[in-house]
Design a binder for this molecule. Structure first.
Ligand code: ATP
Ligand code: MG
Length: 502
């Protein structure tokens, strides 16, 4: 007998790809009116399990029951038609089309049934109805490419909700949302729960999981590990289940190898098209400088302006006491800078290339052997990065698009490490990365500092800033509001500074 409020039951699910057993007897049971968190390290099989449900992949073995009835969707359309919707980890939108086009693509309200005529008025009205219900303030006629990624993500969420599904899967929905939008999403999820929906929620952010989920299922290496009520779990316990052993330290020791010589001096940096204003700071050789602040306080703009990704209005940048122009990214790379952008999925990943190509592409000079590139040198460099970050892949020749989301992020991180920059600018370096792999990334950052390189790191995770950085500057309303010693400050002190001009 099916337990009364069970909506979805997946049992004995297996799925293999060439060289990987992505799912090995995995299981998941979701009850109506609950949020079920699905957790596990990068590559554990979370997205694959959900894609088997959603008809994107066909499972090799196992059974799926929706409200007690066995199902096997052959396409995502079939899944949507039968009450299962999914917000994907990677946004896949028609950027040149409008918001409402994206919402109704493939299911337009037709003027005359069976004729491909679309009622503009109807789809406009329907879009507004959906947005109003969710409290979303977006113009249905706006072209997607003109909107920030976070808003596009909200449109995607609205779309999934608009199918009135019984089961909604959110695969890392908050990785590109602002704090306000995260709160908004949580309100939407609450409303869906009240309607009796079953929610599957995938995230690497522990605080989110403990806050919104009712039950937690942990996976490891494609297998089911445990399912528990969320209130019986602590962060430490979840980590232990995910990693398979307790993780004693979240942060490696700080390198502490700071010289008294300034490698970088930024003076009065003011942006042309954003509110970044009069930013001045210095960075020492071997130092890790954190940048704290609320959403849209100018943190990303600061890095983009230093790197020449955005137009400067005024201000000067000195490296080792010499004025540098950094007019564009190419010039900045030549000057020994590197920038890991926040939107790596959108801007960093070359989907048709393999892992090795994606890793070495920004440091090709290093692998020259006469007029040619040495395959051996490229393979060695790539394998060093794969080992250092435990990138989960059958081979270097695997296409990057076949990796799990978090493992793709690690490849891009490796790409910038290999350019051996003197100054590494990092924007949210551990976003989408699991707890264990975060530690490995922190270690790489500390090693870099130990070897005399310098790092500027933006993060919205305060514990990360305190645990990794030597010094932290705090931004507020486009300006630098203050500076603190990371080893001698508190979250309160930083929050007070962050609110100064906000
Ligand atoms: N299309 C594919 N082709 C080949 N291998 C794949 C494909 N999709 C996933 N895999 C492999 O299956 C395994 C599970 O990946 P999956 O994307 O499900 O992980 P995940 O738990 O969602 O991780 P993350 O937290 O990084 O998103 C990984 O080893 C991945 O490389
Ligand atoms: Mg995933």
């Amino acid at each position: 007998m099916e337990e009364q409020n069970v909506l979805l039951r997946m049992e004995g699910i297996c799925k293999s790809f060439p060289g990987v057993k992505a799912l090995d007897n995995a299981q998941l049971t979701v009850k109506a009116g609950t949020v079920h968190a699905l957790m596990g390290e990068n590559g554990a099989g979370k997205s694959t399990l959900m894609k088997c449900l959603f008809g994107i992949y066909s499972k090799d073995a196992g059974h799926i029951y929706l409200e007690g009835k066995e199902i096997e969707f052959k396409s995502s359309k079939e899944a949507l038609d039968n009450g299962v919707a999914m917000v994907h980890q990677e946004l896949n939108q028609a950027l040149k089309r409008t918001v409402m086009d994206n919402l109704w693509l493939g299911r337009y309200p037709k003027v005359v049934k069976h004729l491909p005529l679309v009622s503009d008025k109807q789809s406009y009205a329907d879009t507004l109805r959906v947005f109003n219900e969710l409290g979303l303030k977006v113009n249905p006629r706006q072209v997607m490419s003109t909107m920030p990624v976070s808003q596009r993500q909200m449109v995607e969420i609205a779309k999934a909700v608009s199918f009135n599904s019984k089961i909604i899967v959110f695969d890392e929905p908050t990785s590109s949302l602002t704090e306000t939008e995260v709160e908004h999403l949580f309100q939407i999820i609450d409303m869906l729960k009240k309607r009796g929906c079953g929610i599957v929620y995938i995230s690497h952010k522990m605080e989110e999981i403990l806050r919104i989920s009712d039950e937690v299922t942990v996976m490891r290496d494609g297998q089911w590990v445990a399912t528990r009520p969320a209130k019986e779990l602590t962060m430490e316990e979840i980590i232990r289940l995910m990693v398979g052993r307790p993780l004693t330290n979240r942060f490696p020791p700080k390198s502490g190898n700071i010289s008294d010589q300034d490698i970088l001096r930024v003076e009065g940096l003011t942006a042309m098209y954003s509110h970044l204003k009069d930013a001045s700071f210095t960075l020492k050789r071997g130092e890790i400088l954190g940048v704290a602040g609320l959403d849209s306080s100018g943190r990303t703009e600061l890095l983009e302006n230093i790197f020449g990704n955005a137009t400067r209005k005024s201000g000067k940048i000195y490296k080792d006491g010499h004025l540098v122009a950094n007019k564009n990214p190419k010039d900045s790379i030549k000057n020994g800078f590197a920038l890991l952008t926040e939107e790596r999925r959108a801007t960093g990943i070359l989907g048709i290339l393999n892992i090795r190509e994606n890793t070495v592409i920004s440091s090709l000079k290093k692998y020259k052997s006469g007029p040619l590139l040495s395959d051996k040198k490229m393979a060695e460099a790539t394998s060093k990065m794969i080992n250092a970050m435990h990138i989960k892949t059958p081979s270097q020749k695997t296409k990057i698009s076949a990796l799990s989301g978090g493992n793709q992020q690690k490849v891009i991180f490796g790409r910038w490490m290999l350019t051996s920059p003197d100054i590494l600018l990092l924007d949210e370096p551990t976003r989408g990365i699991d707890v264990g792999a975060k530690y490995e990334i922190y270690e790489l950052i500390q090693d870099l500092a130990k070897s005399g390189k310098s790092v500027v790191m933006v993060s919205s995770e305060m514990p990360e800033l305190l645990g990794v950085c030597d010094r932290i500057i705090v931004m507020s309303g486009g300006r630098i509001a203050g500076e603190v010693d990371a080893n001698n400050t508190s979250q309160e002190e930083i929050m007070t500074l962050a609110a100064k001009y906000a």
